[in-house]
Design a protein around this ligand. Structure first.
Ligand SMILES: Cc1cc2nc3c(=O)[nH]c(=O)nc-3n(C[C@H](O)[C@H](O)[C@H](O)COP(=O)(O)OP(=O)(O)OC[C@H]3O[C@@H](n4cnc5c(N)ncnc54)[C@H](O)[C@@H]3O)c2cc1C
Length: 384
Protein backbone atom coordinates (compact mmCIF):
# COMPACT_ATOMS: atom_id res chain seq x y z
CA UNK A 1 0.00 0.00 0.00
CA UNK A 2 1.52 3.29 -1.14
CA UNK A 3 0.47 6.75 -0.12
CA UNK A 4 1.02 8.01 -3.68
CA UNK A 5 1.28 6.30 -7.08
CA UNK A 6 2.59 8.65 -9.78
CA UNK A 7 1.96 7.55 -13.38
CA UNK A 8 4.65 8.89 -15.74
CA UNK A 9 8.36 9.51 -15.10
CA UNK A 10 8.83 12.54 -17.34
CA UNK A 11 10.03 15.76 -15.75
CA UNK A 12 6.59 16.36 -14.20
CA UNK A 13 6.41 12.95 -12.51
CA UNK A 14 10.01 12.83 -11.30
CA UNK A 15 9.85 16.40 -9.90
CA UNK A 16 6.71 15.56 -7.93
CA UNK A 17 8.13 12.18 -6.85
CA UNK A 18 10.99 14.07 -5.22
CA UNK A 19 8.56 16.35 -3.36
CA UNK A 20 6.08 13.66 -2.26
CA UNK A 21 8.74 11.19 -1.09
CA UNK A 22 9.41 13.71 1.70
CA UNK A 23 5.88 13.22 3.08
CA UNK A 24 4.89 9.64 2.25
CA UNK A 25 5.78 6.41 0.46
CA UNK A 26 5.68 6.77 -3.29
CA UNK A 27 5.76 4.49 -6.33
CA UNK A 28 6.67 6.15 -9.65
CA UNK A 29 5.41 4.10 -12.60
CA UNK A 30 6.86 4.52 -16.11
CA UNK A 31 5.77 2.66 -19.25
CA UNK A 32 9.13 3.00 -21.01
CA UNK A 33 12.42 1.33 -20.12
CA UNK A 34 13.82 4.61 -18.78
CA UNK A 35 12.46 7.90 -17.38
CA UNK A 36 12.27 10.93 -19.68
CA UNK A 37 11.98 8.98 -22.95
CA UNK A 38 9.11 11.09 -24.38
CA UNK A 39 8.65 14.91 -24.33
CA UNK A 40 11.14 15.45 -21.51
CA UNK A 41 14.01 13.98 -23.53
CA UNK A 42 13.08 15.96 -26.66
CA UNK A 43 12.84 19.59 -25.53
CA UNK A 44 14.90 22.62 -26.47
CA UNK A 45 15.81 22.88 -22.77
CA UNK A 46 15.28 26.64 -22.52
CA UNK A 47 14.16 28.70 -19.56
CA UNK A 48 12.25 31.52 -21.27
CA UNK A 49 10.41 33.49 -18.57
CA UNK A 50 8.51 35.72 -21.03
CA UNK A 51 7.03 32.79 -23.00
CA UNK A 52 3.48 31.45 -22.64
CA UNK A 53 0.33 33.02 -21.19
CA UNK A 54 0.26 34.96 -17.91
CA UNK A 55 -0.34 31.83 -15.81
CA UNK A 56 2.58 29.98 -17.43
CA UNK A 57 4.87 32.99 -16.95
CA UNK A 58 4.00 33.29 -13.26
CA UNK A 59 4.62 29.56 -12.72
CA UNK A 60 7.94 29.65 -14.60
CA UNK A 61 9.05 32.61 -12.49
CA UNK A 62 8.16 30.61 -9.35
CA UNK A 63 10.54 27.85 -10.55
CA UNK A 64 13.40 30.37 -10.70
CA UNK A 65 14.64 30.06 -7.08
CA UNK A 66 14.77 26.23 -7.32
CA UNK A 67 16.75 26.38 -10.56
CA UNK A 68 19.17 28.97 -9.21
CA UNK A 69 19.57 27.46 -5.76
CA UNK A 70 18.52 23.78 -5.69
CA UNK A 71 18.51 21.85 -2.39
CA UNK A 72 21.95 20.92 -1.05
CA UNK A 73 23.25 17.75 -2.71
CA UNK A 74 20.65 17.86 -5.51
CA UNK A 75 23.20 18.21 -8.31
CA UNK A 76 26.87 19.04 -8.79
CA UNK A 77 26.09 21.02 -11.99
CA UNK A 78 24.37 24.38 -12.37
CA UNK A 79 20.78 23.80 -13.52
CA UNK A 80 20.77 27.08 -15.48
CA UNK A 81 23.50 28.53 -17.69
CA UNK A 82 23.51 31.80 -19.58
CA UNK A 83 22.04 31.76 -23.11
CA UNK A 84 20.05 34.94 -23.87
CA UNK A 85 17.44 35.22 -26.61
CA UNK A 86 17.55 37.49 -29.65
CA UNK A 87 14.15 37.96 -31.28
CA UNK A 88 14.29 39.27 -34.81
CA UNK A 89 11.52 40.76 -36.92
CA UNK A 90 11.51 40.66 -40.69
CA UNK A 91 9.94 43.61 -42.45
CA UNK A 92 6.23 43.79 -41.58
CA UNK A 93 6.58 41.81 -38.32
CA UNK A 94 7.87 44.67 -36.15
CA UNK A 95 4.61 44.87 -34.19
CA UNK A 96 5.20 41.39 -32.75
CA UNK A 97 8.44 42.71 -31.34
CA UNK A 98 6.74 45.72 -29.69
CA UNK A 99 4.29 43.35 -27.99
CA UNK A 100 7.17 41.21 -26.72
CA UNK A 101 9.03 44.20 -25.28
CA UNK A 102 5.96 45.71 -23.64
CA UNK A 103 4.67 42.44 -22.11
CA UNK A 104 8.01 41.42 -20.55
CA UNK A 105 8.09 41.22 -16.75
CA UNK A 106 10.11 43.92 -14.92
CA UNK A 107 12.47 41.30 -13.46
CA UNK A 108 13.17 39.75 -16.89
CA UNK A 109 13.21 42.68 -19.33
CA UNK A 110 13.47 42.56 -23.11
CA UNK A 111 15.43 45.44 -24.71
CA UNK A 112 15.17 46.66 -28.27
CA UNK A 113 18.48 46.44 -30.15
CA UNK A 114 19.35 47.83 -33.56
CA UNK A 115 19.69 45.50 -36.58
CA UNK A 116 23.47 46.08 -36.57
CA UNK A 117 23.71 45.16 -32.86
CA UNK A 118 21.63 42.06 -33.60
CA UNK A 119 24.05 41.02 -36.34
CA UNK A 120 26.97 41.56 -33.98
CA UNK A 121 25.29 39.32 -31.39
CA UNK A 122 24.58 36.60 -33.97
CA UNK A 123 26.88 36.96 -36.99
CA UNK A 124 25.28 33.87 -38.57
CA UNK A 125 22.13 35.86 -39.44
CA UNK A 126 21.63 37.12 -42.97
CA UNK A 127 21.61 40.94 -42.77
CA UNK A 128 18.57 41.31 -45.05
CA UNK A 129 16.28 39.34 -42.67
CA UNK A 130 16.71 41.65 -39.68
CA UNK A 131 14.41 44.66 -39.86
CA UNK A 132 14.20 45.11 -36.06
CA UNK A 133 15.34 43.11 -33.04
CA UNK A 134 15.09 42.73 -29.27
CA UNK A 135 17.31 40.97 -26.75
CA UNK A 136 16.25 39.13 -23.58
CA UNK A 137 19.26 38.44 -21.35
CA UNK A 138 17.26 36.41 -18.78
CA UNK A 139 16.84 33.36 -21.03
CA UNK A 140 18.90 30.35 -19.87
CA UNK A 141 19.72 26.81 -20.91
CA UNK A 142 18.34 24.21 -18.50
CA UNK A 143 20.38 21.10 -17.74
CA UNK A 144 17.39 18.76 -18.07
CA UNK A 145 19.48 15.67 -17.45
CA UNK A 146 20.86 17.07 -14.18
CA UNK A 147 17.32 18.04 -13.13
CA UNK A 148 15.97 14.53 -13.88
CA UNK A 149 18.90 12.79 -12.19
CA UNK A 150 18.72 15.08 -9.15
CA UNK A 151 15.01 14.32 -8.72
CA UNK A 152 15.51 10.57 -9.07
CA UNK A 153 18.58 10.42 -6.83
CA UNK A 154 16.74 12.21 -4.01
CA UNK A 155 13.61 10.16 -4.63
CA UNK A 156 15.51 6.89 -4.29
CA UNK A 157 17.40 8.14 -1.24
CA UNK A 158 14.00 8.75 0.37
CA UNK A 159 13.08 5.09 -0.35
CA UNK A 160 10.83 5.88 -3.32
CA UNK A 161 10.26 3.00 -5.75
CA UNK A 162 10.73 3.53 -9.50
CA UNK A 163 9.08 0.92 -11.74
CA UNK A 164 10.13 1.17 -15.42
CA UNK A 165 8.79 -0.83 -18.38
CA UNK A 166 5.46 -0.79 -16.54
CA UNK A 167 2.51 0.53 -18.53
CA UNK A 168 -0.62 1.15 -16.45
CA UNK A 169 -3.56 -0.47 -18.26
CA UNK A 170 -6.11 -0.73 -15.48
CA UNK A 171 -7.12 1.49 -12.59
CA UNK A 172 -9.88 0.50 -10.20
CA UNK A 173 -11.18 1.90 -6.94
CA UNK A 174 -12.39 -0.17 -4.03
CA UNK A 175 -12.36 0.03 -0.21
CA UNK A 176 -11.33 3.71 -0.46
CA UNK A 177 -8.10 3.05 -2.33
CA UNK A 178 -6.75 2.64 -5.88
CA UNK A 179 -5.80 -0.73 -7.35
CA UNK A 180 -3.30 -0.37 -10.16
CA UNK A 181 -2.58 -3.33 -12.38
CA UNK A 182 0.90 -2.99 -13.79
CA UNK A 183 3.66 -5.34 -14.97
CA UNK A 184 2.03 -8.40 -13.42
CA UNK A 185 1.53 -6.74 -10.04
CA UNK A 186 -1.48 -5.17 -8.39
CA UNK A 187 -0.34 -2.12 -6.48
CA UNK A 188 -2.51 -0.26 -4.00
CA UNK A 189 -2.33 3.46 -3.38
CA UNK A 190 -4.32 6.07 -1.50
CA UNK A 191 -3.82 8.73 -4.20
CA UNK A 192 -3.06 8.36 -7.92
CA UNK A 193 -1.24 11.20 -9.69
CA UNK A 194 -1.67 11.46 -13.43
CA UNK A 195 1.63 12.77 -14.84
CA UNK A 196 1.35 10.84 -18.09
CA UNK A 197 2.08 13.75 -20.46
CA UNK A 198 0.37 13.26 -23.83
CA UNK A 199 -1.41 10.19 -22.41
CA UNK A 200 -3.05 12.09 -19.52
CA UNK A 201 -6.57 11.89 -20.95
CA UNK A 202 -6.15 8.14 -21.50
CA UNK A 203 -5.16 7.67 -17.85
CA UNK A 204 -8.14 9.83 -16.86
CA UNK A 205 -10.39 7.55 -18.87
CA UNK A 206 -9.03 4.47 -17.04
CA UNK A 207 -9.91 6.21 -13.77
CA UNK A 208 -13.39 7.20 -14.99
CA UNK A 209 -12.87 10.98 -15.20
CA UNK A 210 -14.19 13.41 -17.81
CA UNK A 211 -11.76 14.39 -20.54
CA UNK A 212 -9.77 17.60 -20.10
CA UNK A 213 -9.55 17.92 -23.90
CA UNK A 214 -5.80 17.39 -24.11
CA UNK A 215 -4.30 17.87 -27.58
CA UNK A 216 -0.75 16.57 -28.11
CA UNK A 217 1.00 18.64 -30.80
CA UNK A 218 4.04 17.33 -32.61
CA UNK A 219 7.08 19.57 -33.06
CA UNK A 220 10.13 18.64 -35.13
CA UNK A 221 13.73 19.78 -34.58
CA UNK A 222 16.86 19.38 -36.69
CA UNK A 223 20.53 19.55 -35.74
CA UNK A 224 23.17 20.73 -38.20
CA UNK A 225 26.90 21.53 -38.09
CA UNK A 226 27.94 25.07 -37.29
CA UNK A 227 30.03 26.87 -39.95
CA UNK A 228 33.69 25.84 -39.71
CA UNK A 229 35.80 28.12 -37.53
CA UNK A 230 32.84 29.97 -35.96
CA UNK A 231 32.64 29.78 -32.18
CA UNK A 232 28.94 29.32 -31.45
CA UNK A 233 28.79 28.14 -27.84
CA UNK A 234 28.11 31.61 -26.40
CA UNK A 235 25.64 32.75 -29.07
CA UNK A 236 22.13 33.55 -27.87
CA UNK A 237 19.14 31.56 -29.12
CA UNK A 238 17.30 33.27 -31.98
CA UNK A 239 13.54 33.53 -32.25
CA UNK A 240 11.30 35.07 -34.93
CA UNK A 241 8.67 37.66 -34.06
CA UNK A 242 5.30 36.58 -35.37
CA UNK A 243 6.22 32.91 -35.68
CA UNK A 244 7.45 30.10 -33.43
CA UNK A 245 10.59 29.37 -35.50
CA UNK A 246 13.90 29.41 -33.64
CA UNK A 247 17.46 28.16 -33.57
CA UNK A 248 20.06 27.81 -30.83
CA UNK A 249 23.50 26.37 -30.19
CA UNK A 250 23.37 22.86 -28.82
CA UNK A 251 26.44 20.84 -27.84
CA UNK A 252 28.66 22.42 -30.52
CA UNK A 253 26.02 22.29 -33.24
CA UNK A 254 22.91 24.28 -34.22
CA UNK A 255 19.42 23.07 -33.36
CA UNK A 256 16.52 24.58 -35.32
CA UNK A 257 12.75 24.25 -35.49
CA UNK A 258 10.04 26.05 -37.40
CA UNK A 259 7.86 25.68 -34.33
CA UNK A 260 5.38 23.32 -35.98
CA UNK A 261 2.38 22.26 -33.91
CA UNK A 262 0.68 19.32 -35.60
CA UNK A 263 -2.17 17.81 -33.56
CA UNK A 264 -1.60 14.09 -33.20
CA UNK A 265 -2.47 11.04 -31.12
CA UNK A 266 -0.25 10.29 -28.09
CA UNK A 267 2.65 8.24 -29.48
CA UNK A 268 6.40 7.89 -29.86
CA UNK A 269 6.57 10.96 -32.13
CA UNK A 270 8.83 10.81 -35.18
CA UNK A 271 9.81 13.71 -37.45
CA UNK A 272 8.05 13.94 -40.82
CA UNK A 273 10.22 14.42 -43.92
CA UNK A 274 8.29 17.59 -44.83
CA UNK A 275 8.86 19.19 -41.41
CA UNK A 276 12.58 18.41 -41.62
CA UNK A 277 12.74 19.98 -45.09
CA UNK A 278 10.82 23.09 -43.94
CA UNK A 279 13.13 23.55 -40.94
CA UNK A 280 16.21 23.22 -43.17
CA UNK A 281 14.79 25.69 -45.68
CA UNK A 282 13.93 28.22 -42.96
CA UNK A 283 17.41 27.98 -41.44
CA UNK A 284 19.04 28.44 -44.85
CA UNK A 285 16.93 31.51 -45.68
CA UNK A 286 17.69 33.22 -42.37
CA UNK A 287 21.35 32.33 -41.72
CA UNK A 288 24.59 31.91 -43.62
CA UNK A 289 24.91 28.30 -42.45
CA UNK A 290 25.87 26.05 -45.35
CA UNK A 291 23.44 23.24 -44.84
CA UNK A 292 25.02 20.21 -46.45
CA UNK A 293 23.86 17.59 -44.04
CA UNK A 294 21.27 17.27 -41.31
CA UNK A 295 23.11 15.47 -38.53
CA UNK A 296 20.08 14.48 -36.59
CA UNK A 297 16.38 15.21 -36.29
CA UNK A 298 13.68 14.36 -33.81
CA UNK A 299 10.10 15.12 -32.88
CA UNK A 300 8.36 15.46 -29.57
CA UNK A 301 4.88 16.19 -28.28
CA UNK A 302 3.79 19.41 -26.58
CA UNK A 303 0.41 18.72 -24.98
CA UNK A 304 -2.08 21.54 -24.44
CA UNK A 305 -5.58 22.07 -23.12
CA UNK A 306 -7.76 24.80 -24.62
CA UNK A 307 -6.62 27.74 -22.46
CA UNK A 308 -2.88 26.93 -22.60
CA UNK A 309 -2.47 26.74 -18.81
CA UNK A 310 -1.44 23.52 -17.04
CA UNK A 311 -3.97 21.23 -15.35
CA UNK A 312 -3.07 20.72 -11.70
CA UNK A 313 -5.33 19.55 -8.89
CA UNK A 314 -7.71 16.84 -7.68
CA UNK A 315 -10.36 15.71 -10.11
CA UNK A 316 -13.75 17.28 -9.40
CA UNK A 317 -15.68 13.99 -9.55
CA UNK A 318 -13.31 11.07 -8.99
CA UNK A 319 -11.88 10.81 -5.46
CA UNK A 320 -8.14 10.86 -4.81
CA UNK A 321 -7.22 11.28 -8.47
CA UNK A 322 -4.81 14.18 -9.03
CA UNK A 323 -3.94 15.76 -12.42
CA UNK A 324 -0.49 17.10 -13.30
CA UNK A 325 -0.78 17.60 -17.04
CA UNK A 326 -1.07 20.07 -19.93
CA UNK A 327 2.42 21.58 -19.62
CA UNK A 328 2.55 22.35 -23.36
CA UNK A 329 5.89 23.79 -24.47
CA UNK A 330 6.84 24.95 -20.97
CA UNK A 331 6.96 21.77 -18.90
CA UNK A 332 10.68 21.75 -18.12
CA UNK A 333 10.78 25.31 -16.84
CA UNK A 334 7.53 24.90 -14.89
CA UNK A 335 8.46 21.52 -13.38
CA UNK A 336 9.93 22.57 -10.01
CA UNK A 337 7.09 25.07 -9.44
CA UNK A 338 4.34 22.64 -10.41
CA UNK A 339 5.83 19.92 -8.21
CA UNK A 340 5.82 22.29 -5.22
CA UNK A 341 2.29 23.48 -6.08
CA UNK A 342 1.04 19.88 -6.41
CA UNK A 343 2.63 18.79 -3.17
CA UNK A 344 1.07 21.74 -1.36
CA UNK A 345 -2.38 21.04 -2.87
CA UNK A 346 -2.17 17.33 -1.96
CA UNK A 347 -0.94 18.02 1.58
CA UNK A 348 -2.82 21.18 2.56
CA UNK A 349 -5.37 21.77 -0.20
CA UNK A 350 -3.79 25.15 -0.99
CA UNK A 351 -1.17 26.62 -3.28
CA UNK A 352 2.09 28.04 -1.93
CA UNK A 353 1.49 31.65 -0.84
CA UNK A 354 4.22 32.99 -3.09
CA UNK A 355 2.64 31.38 -6.15
CA UNK A 356 -0.73 32.92 -5.27
CA UNK A 357 0.95 36.30 -4.77
CA UNK A 358 2.16 35.94 -8.37
CA UNK A 359 -1.48 35.74 -9.45
CA UNK A 360 -1.92 31.98 -9.84
CA UNK A 361 -5.12 30.83 -8.13
CA UNK A 362 -6.40 27.27 -7.81
CA UNK A 363 -9.25 27.84 -10.26
CA UNK A 364 -7.03 28.82 -13.23
CA UNK A 365 -5.11 25.54 -13.07
CA UNK A 366 -7.73 23.20 -11.59
CA UNK A 367 -9.16 20.36 -13.72
CA UNK A 368 -12.56 21.49 -12.40
CA UNK A 369 -12.45 24.39 -14.89
CA UNK A 370 -13.36 21.94 -17.66
CA UNK A 371 -16.33 20.49 -15.76
CA UNK A 372 -17.55 24.04 -15.08
CA UNK A 373 -17.17 25.03 -18.73
CA UNK A 374 -19.03 21.86 -19.82
CA UNK A 375 -21.99 22.71 -17.58
CA UNK A 376 -22.30 26.16 -19.17
CA UNK A 377 -20.97 28.66 -16.60
CA UNK A 378 -17.72 29.59 -18.28
CA UNK A 379 -14.79 30.85 -16.23
CA UNK A 380 -12.39 33.46 -17.46
CA UNK A 381 -9.46 32.04 -19.41
CA UNK A 382 -5.97 33.34 -18.76
CA UNK A 383 -5.04 35.72 -21.56
CA UNK A 384 -2.07 35.17 -23.85
C1 LIG B 1 10.59 20.19 -29.56
C2 LIG B 1 10.20 20.56 -28.15
C3 LIG B 1 10.81 21.64 -27.52
C4 LIG B 1 10.50 21.97 -26.20
N1 LIG B 1 11.19 22.98 -25.60
C5 LIG B 1 10.95 23.28 -24.31
C6 LIG B 1 11.71 24.27 -23.65
O1 LIG B 1 12.63 24.86 -24.24
N2 LIG B 1 11.42 24.56 -22.35
C7 LIG B 1 10.42 23.91 -21.67
O2 LIG B 1 10.20 24.23 -20.49
N3 LIG B 1 9.69 22.95 -22.27
C8 LIG B 1 9.92 22.62 -23.57
N4 LIG B 1 9.19 21.65 -24.19
C9 LIG B 1 8.06 21.04 -23.46
C10 LIG B 1 8.49 19.99 -22.48
O3 LIG B 1 9.36 19.06 -23.10
C11 LIG B 1 7.24 19.26 -21.95
O4 LIG B 1 6.28 20.19 -21.48
C12 LIG B 1 7.60 18.35 -20.77
O5 LIG B 1 8.65 17.51 -21.10
C13 LIG B 1 6.37 17.52 -20.36
O6 LIG B 1 6.80 16.65 -19.34
P1 LIG B 1 5.85 15.50 -18.84
O7 LIG B 1 6.56 14.83 -17.73
O8 LIG B 1 4.48 16.04 -18.60
O9 LIG B 1 5.68 14.52 -20.12
P2 LIG B 1 6.61 13.32 -20.65
O10 LIG B 1 8.03 13.66 -20.59
O11 LIG B 1 6.05 12.91 -21.97
O12 LIG B 1 6.35 12.18 -19.58
C14 LIG B 1 5.13 11.47 -19.49
C15 LIG B 1 5.49 10.02 -19.21
O13 LIG B 1 4.31 9.26 -18.92
C16 LIG B 1 4.54 7.95 -19.36
N5 LIG B 1 3.26 7.25 -19.52
C17 LIG B 1 2.26 7.52 -20.38
N6 LIG B 1 1.27 6.62 -20.24
C18 LIG B 1 1.65 5.75 -19.28
C19 LIG B 1 1.05 4.58 -18.71
N7 LIG B 1 -0.15 4.12 -19.09
N8 LIG B 1 1.74 3.92 -17.75
C20 LIG B 1 2.96 4.35 -17.32
N9 LIG B 1 3.57 5.46 -17.84
C21 LIG B 1 2.92 6.15 -18.81
C22 LIG B 1 5.24 8.15 -20.70
O14 LIG B 1 5.95 6.99 -21.11
C23 LIG B 1 6.14 9.34 -20.40
O15 LIG B 1 7.47 8.95 -20.07
C24 LIG B 1 9.50 21.25 -25.50
C25 LIG B 1 8.88 20.16 -26.12
C26 LIG B 1 9.24 19.80 -27.41
C27 LIG B 1 8.59 18.59 -28.03
Amino acid sequence: MYDFAIIGAGIAGTSLAFELAQIGNVVLIEAEAQPGYHSTGRSAALYTPNYGNTVVRAISAFSGPFFRDPPVGFTEYPLLTQRGLLTIAVQGQEEGLDALVSSAADQTPVHEVSPSEALKLVPLLRPDVVSAAAFEPGVKDIDVDALQRGNLRRFKALKGRLLCGARVRELARGSGRWHIVVAGECLEAAVVINAAGAWADQIGELAGTKSIGMVPKRRCAIVVDAPAGVEISALPAVDMAGSEAYFKPEAGRIMASIGDETPTEPQDAQPEELDIALAADWLQRHTTIDLRRIKHSWAGLRSFVSDGAPVVGFDAAVDDFFWLAGQGGFGIMMAPALAQASSSLIRDNRLPDDLERRGVSQNVISPARFSVAQSGSAIESPSD
